[in-house]
Design a protein around this ligand. Structure first.
Ligand code: ADP
Length: 717
């Protein structure tokens, strides 16, 4: 029986009663046993469940531990991010008090967190930016979901301001009401400084562009995009709108001076600028009122992301062109004046030389006609004065010719030794007159035949020797020609002209080469002269690419050194021979018959005398017209043709002779007789068909050389 039932029965039932209710008790006993087994089963179930619960609990605990460790890690990570982030993370109350700020706040503003949190935001904002903050807050209140982005200046602990960018949103409470604002504050002061600097630079460039006095223009595809005030002023435009957006052709005449259409030419020039990298050219523009004006255009292509533009600088050339045309006019005037001067000199020399020619010629004739001794003296004085006057005229002429660049050196073959003999012949006499010794010393190494301009070389040597004799009262004058070396076909010669005369003060040495300059103001009074000689000498030496130098000691003497390079002549017989053989040779002219075309009876008289001496017969024609007739009537060997004659001048007469039919008129030598040896006269003479020329006053030697030269080629019978 079930132990619990047993215990109860013993308490309440006797054995007999137990026997009596045995069946009943068995049923109850079965119920007890069933109950026990049920309980056992429930116990089993409970035990199993509690084990499960335990397991779950353990699992949960484990999970919790992992999660909380994870949360801890995340929050410390977040904390460190918040601590270290460069941007300020903030939260404010609805009333604008800082509720939260991360340490970046201290880094940006310098204020510590604890003294800032709880204070009003506006205490930290630039007064000028507070209004903006308020407006932005209002915007958020009106647009709860939106975010604000704006820039304000925050004050820093040092009192300065820092530009910051704020990004903020409303914080909405559970009840849907705004409780404050949260967001970021980013320090943008560096970016702002850069921006400001950039703005400043841009502003600076804009100012330079705008205020420059040079007209600047920006064009795109020949359309005006932008310009400065100077450009508007240049085009006479008041309103920018009347200019910007217009085209190059709108402010240019239809055609440029070369006849090309402005619109076509502009496109071409812009294209060239693109090809070359820039383009500079002159252009005719047109003002708003239609007035045309010249400009210099400098086009620079600039490649921008939004396309190619051209930066244009315009220089108004109106003033320059005006000055240029004035200069051209002035130059033309000056050239005319120079021409007039040359013409005047040529005419004057002719006018002066003609009577001088007569004076010298007649003096020659008179002295040959066995004059009395007193007459001879006077004749000598006359001759000397006339010679001096001729030298002076020649000097002035020479000088003005050199000044005008009208002197061209000749290249003639000559015998150097004969040349020196001829040049110096007169100086022996002159020196003797002053009781001076005159010594000529020629280096034998100098080749005999040279090529150059003997006339000019003789002028140089003559001038220096004349001066040496003039400024020396006792002692000697020496002319030395030294060989200084040679190259293939040239020889370097140094002429040294030294004297024992008055000398030149050291401070005047440079001055003496200037025109009309003398070492001493008394020189003219004591020694005569004009101060032109050395100026001419210096310039002639310069023309020969040579050099001149002077050494001098006052009271002791002077030495001039002239260095020239001359060509060595390859011809054995030079064309000009400076010997007096010519006079002997003039015999050869015997029998020639020539025509003298000359209107001045004095000149005719003198020429006649020479011709008579050489047994040359002649006819005289008083003007060109008569000369033209005479050559057709008579066969002459040669014509001596004066240039300035009445009725028909020498040029016309010569031209007409050359036009006549018949070979003889082409061959007939016509020698011009001219007072001027100017290059242009020479050219004119040759241009008119004449063969050569002789200069006035007629030098018998020169005339003889010329007659002899052309006698061979002349039309002889
Ligand atoms: P000019 O002889 O007509 O006065 P130059 O031009 O030939 O002009 O000479 C210029 C000056 O140089 C002379 O006036 C003189 O003062 C000085 N001069 C030239 N040659 C000599 C010289 N050999 N000795 C002294 N002085 C000289």
């Amino acid at each position: 029986m079930h132990r619990l039932l047993k215990r109860q029965i013993r308490k309440f039932l006797s054995i007999e009663e137990q026997e009596k209710f045995k069946d009943f008790l068995d049923v109850i006993n079965d119920a007890y046993v069933d109950f026990d087994s049920d309980i056992k089963q429930i116990e089993n179930i409970l035990e199993e469940s509690s084990q499960e619960l335990f397991n779950v609990n353990r699992e949960l605990k484990k999970n919790l531990e992992t999660k909380s460790a994870e949360i801890k890690t995340t929050s410390s990570r977040l904390e460190s991010i918040v601590e270290n982030i460069k941007e300020v993370i903030f939260q404010t109350s609805f009333d604008g008090e800082w509720m939260y700020l991360n340490p970046a706040w201290t880094k940006i503003t310098g204020f510590d967190l604890w003294s800032s949190v709880g204070t009003n935001v506006f205490e930290f904002i630039h007064p000028d930016d507070i209004e903006l903050c308020k407006l932005k807050f209002k915007y958020l209140l009106d647009n709860k979901e939106k975010t604000n982005h704006f820039e304000v200046r925050f004050v820093t602990k040092s009192g300065s301001y820092k530009w910051c960018e704020i990004e903020e949103r409303l914080i909405i409470g559970e009840d849907g009401k705004a409780t404050g604002v949260s967001g970021f504050i980013k320090d943008i002061s560096d970016r702002k400084t850069l921006e400001e600097e950039k703005n400043l630079t841009t502003e600076k460039f804009r100012m330079i562009f705008e205020k420059s006095s040079v007209a600047y223009l920006i064009i795109k595809e020949s359309k005006f995009l932008d310009c400065n005030q100077a450009c508007l002023d240049l085009f006479g435009v008041k309103e920018r709108g009347d200019f910007i957006g217009k085209f190059v052709k709108d402010f240019s005449p239809e055609f440029q001076p070369d006849g090309i259409k402005s619109s076509d030419k502009a496109i071409d020039l812009i294209y060239q600028a693109r090809e070359k990298g820039f383009n500079k050219f002159d252009w005719i523009h047109m003002k708003k009122d239609g007035m045309e004006f010249p400009v210099e255009v400098i086009l620079n292509p600039i490649h921008l992301a939004e396309g190619n533009i051209h930066f244009v600088a315009l220089n108004d050339l109106s003033e320059r062109k005006r000055v240029e045309s004035e200069l051209i006019a002035a130059k033309e005037k000056a050239e005319e004046a120079t021409k007039a001067k040359a013409q005047f000199l040529s005419t004057m020399s002719h006018e002066i030389r003609t009577p001088m020619n007569a004076v010298i010629g007649v003096t020659h004739l008179l002295s040959e006609n066995e004059p009395r001794e007193d007459q001879l003296n006077n004749l000598n004085i006359l001759k000397l004065s006339a010679d001096n006057l001729m030298t002076l005229i020649n000097d002035i002429l020479d000088f003005s010719k050199i000044e005008a660049g009208k002197i061209e050196l000749e290249k003639i073959d000559f015998n150097f030794r004969n040349f020196i003999n001829n040049v110096t012949a007169g100086f022996f006499m002159k020196a003797k007159e002053k009781d001076l010794e005159f010594i000529v010393d020629i280096d034998p190494k100098i080749p005999t035949y040279l090529t150059g301009d003997p006339t000019r070389l003789s002028q140089i040597i003559t001038n220096l020797c004349c001066n040496a004799i003039k400024f020396t009262d006792e002692g000697r004058v020496v002319l030395k020609a030294d060989f200084k070396g040679n190259s293939d076909d040239r020889v370097s010669i140094q002429f040294k002209i030294s004297d024992t005369g008055i000398g030149i003060p050291a401070d005047k040495k440079d001055q003496i080469f200037e025109s009309f300059s003398q070492a001493d103001s008394n020189t003219t009074r004591l020694y005569g002269g004009t101060g032109l000689g050395l100026a001419i000498t210096g310039k002639l030496i310069e023309l020969m690419n040579g050099s001149i130098d002077v050494e001098s000691e006052t009271g002791k003497g002077t030495s001039f050194f002239v260095n020239v390079d001359l060509k060595i002549s390859l011809k054995s017989k030079p064309k000009v021979n400076f010997s007096d053989e010519h006079f002997a040779d003039c015999e050869k002219l015997k029998g020639m018959h020539i025509l003298v075309a000359e209107d001045n009876p004095m000149n005719v008289l003198i020429i006649k005398q020479f011709l008579k001496k050489w047994d040359v017969t002649y006819d005289v024609a008083k003007n060109g017209k008569i000369a033209l007739e005479k050559v057709q009537e008579t066969d002459y060997n040669m014509v001596l043709m004066d240039l300035q004659m009445p009725v028909m001048d020498g040029y016309n007469a010569s031209e007409n002779i050359r036009k006549l039919k018949g070979e003889k008129y082409q061959k007939l030598p016509i020698i011009a007789v001219t007072a001027s040896a100017f290059n242009e006269i020479r050219a004119k003479v040759i241009g008119a068909g004449m063969t050569d020329f002789v200069t006035k006053p007629i030098n018998p030697e020169e005339l003889c050389v010329k007659l002899e030269k052309y006698a061979d080629r002349s039309y002889r019978h």
